[in-house]
Structure formats: structure tokens, C-alpha cells
Design a binder for this molecule. Structure first.
Ligand code: 13P
Length: 250
């Protein structure tokens, strides 16, 4: 049986002071969430603060991207192995903002995914289509290709050590959530595509939905059979809202 997982993606938000008060209220109330896993992916510069404040709690933490290289002359980049110094558990890989704003290709995303796994981090692999791709009936092709890039490089079994997040680009930060059925259809497609190669991996892999999830729509989304939780942007910056979402995942 898959456990639900809710991960906050803070994106480029936060300050030492704001993080402290957000994490203080989360820590105080997270004990009410006993039957779902919870994580937060913060900007690199706050990972030390995350490890100091979250150590010993039920909340796991991680980063939002890594380099596809091990080390060396790559100014501005951060290697997967560096995240281990801050006891990270997760790293988001292939977020649509990285794919679309910084031109990360399916191949580069797959290489980053491989680096994450090579040091024991759990990659949260983001996939999802643009609005025009959905309107052109291309959703399954796009998502299928994004997934295949990973499978081709790392093998189907690698997915058992990862989390997948379906994030339709048109639903991110727009307030325009996919309907539970729209999301379920793509989640089922992803699981079936994996099942064709390995039924056990398909059954166990957590597939999160992301895109304008909030305290009011989370429960309905999470009630769908192939939606195992959420990757939460804006709503993860508000303690009460994030807690409501975590509770909805139980
Ligand atoms: P929002 O929840 O702000 O739409 O962002 C979703 C997202 O991109 C999470 O990775």
C-alpha cells in the first residue's frame, strides 16, 4: 500500500526569519499528521537552517535542483553530494520552471535524476504538459517522453527509489487547478506506462499532483485512486494552509 506524501516547494521564497516562524508553526502542529509523509524543498542557502530546525521531526527536507556534474568548474551550480552535508532526503528534478525558463531538456533532467540517485537522494521527478500541448491532444506524448528519458538512462527499477510529480504547466501558480478527473487520467496513464515494464514498481511508486493545490481542493484531488499526495507551491508558504493539505492526504 502506498503512503501519501505532501511536499512543499518553496521555490525562490523565504528569509531566515520567515522560515523560522513558518517551520515553528509547522513543527507544533505536524503531529496531527500521522498517516502521511511530509517534506519541504527549500532554496539551497536555507538547507542548514532546515537541518537545524527539522532534525528529529517527521518532516523530511531537500533542495529544488542540482547539477548534472559531480564537481569542478561549474560556477553557480550545486552538486548532489553537497546536499548530503545538510542531511537532505529529497531533491526536485525537472521542475517545469527549470525546463521552460532555463531550457532543461529531457536528457539533462535524466542526468540530474541519475546524479541524485547516485548519492542516495530521492528525486522528485516533475513531468507535465504546456497548455498548448494539452489543447493539441499531446499530453500523453509529452509526459510519456519525459518519463521515457528517465527509464532509458536509469532503468525502470530506478523509479522505485523516486517520486513522480505530475504538474500540468497551465495549473502552476495560476489558480487554475486540474480537475480531479483530469489529474487522475494522467496519473493512471503514468502508472500504466510503468506497469507495462514492471508491475511491482508501478504499484509502489508515489505519484504526486502539483498545480494550484490549496486547502480547499486538496481532499478531492487526493481521493483519486492514482493520486498519492501533492507537490505544493504557493500554499506551502502558509503554515495553516499547508497543514490542511497534509491532513487531507491522510
Ligand atoms: P503552485 O502550487 O503555486 O501552483 O505551484 C505548484 C508547483 O510548481 C510545485 O512544484
Amino acid at each position: 500500500m502506498r503512503q501519501s506524501l505532501v511536499v512543499g516547494n518553496w521555490k525562490m521564497n523565504g528569509s531566515i526569519q520567515r522560515n523560522q516562524s513558518l517551520l515553528d508553526s509547522l513543527k507544533e502542529n505536524i503531529k496531527s499528521v500521522q498517516h502521511a509523509q511530509v517534506g519541504i524543498c527549500a532554496p539551497f542557502v536555507y538547507l542548514r537552517q532546515m537541518s537545524e530546525l527539522l532534525k528529529g521531526t517527521q518532516i523530511g527536507w531537500g533542495a529544488q535542483n542540482i547539477s548534472h556534474k559531480d564537481s569542478g568548474a561549474f560556477t553557480g551550480e550545486v552538486a548532489a553530494s553537497m546536499l548530503l552535508d545538510f542531511d537532505c532526503k529529497y531533491v526536485i528534478i525537472g521542475h517545469s520552471e527549470c525546463r521552460n525558463l532555463y531550457g532543461e531538456s529531457d536528457q539533462l533532467v535524466a542526468e540530474k535524476y541519475a546524479k541524485a540517485q547516485s548519492v542516495g537522494l530521492i528525486p522528485i521527478l516533475c513531468v507535465g504538459e504546456l497548455l498548448e500541448q494539452r489543447e493539441a491532444g499531446e499530453t500523453e506524448n509529452v509526459v510519456g517522453q519525459q518519463l521515457d528519458a528517465i527509464i532509458n538512462l536509469q532503468g525502470i527499477a530506478s523509479l522505485s527509489q523516486s517520486v513522480i510529480a505530475y504538474e500540468p504547466v497551465w495549473a502552476i501558480g495560476t489558480g487554475k487547478t486540474a480537475t480531479p478527473q483530469q489529474a487522475q487520467d494522467v496519473h493512471a496513464f503514468i502508472r500504466q506506462r510503468i506497469a507495462k515494464q514492471n508491475a511491482g514498481v508501478a504499484e509502489n511508486v508515489q505519484i504526486l499532483y502539483g498545480g494550484s493545490v490549496n486547502g480547499s481542493n486538496a481532499a478531492q484531488l487526493f481521493s483519486m485512486p492514482d493520486i498519492d499526495g501533492g507537490l505544493i507551491g504557493g500554499a506551502s508558504l502558509k503554515a495553516n494552509e499547508f497543514l490542511t493539505i497534509c491532513q487531507a492526504a491522510q
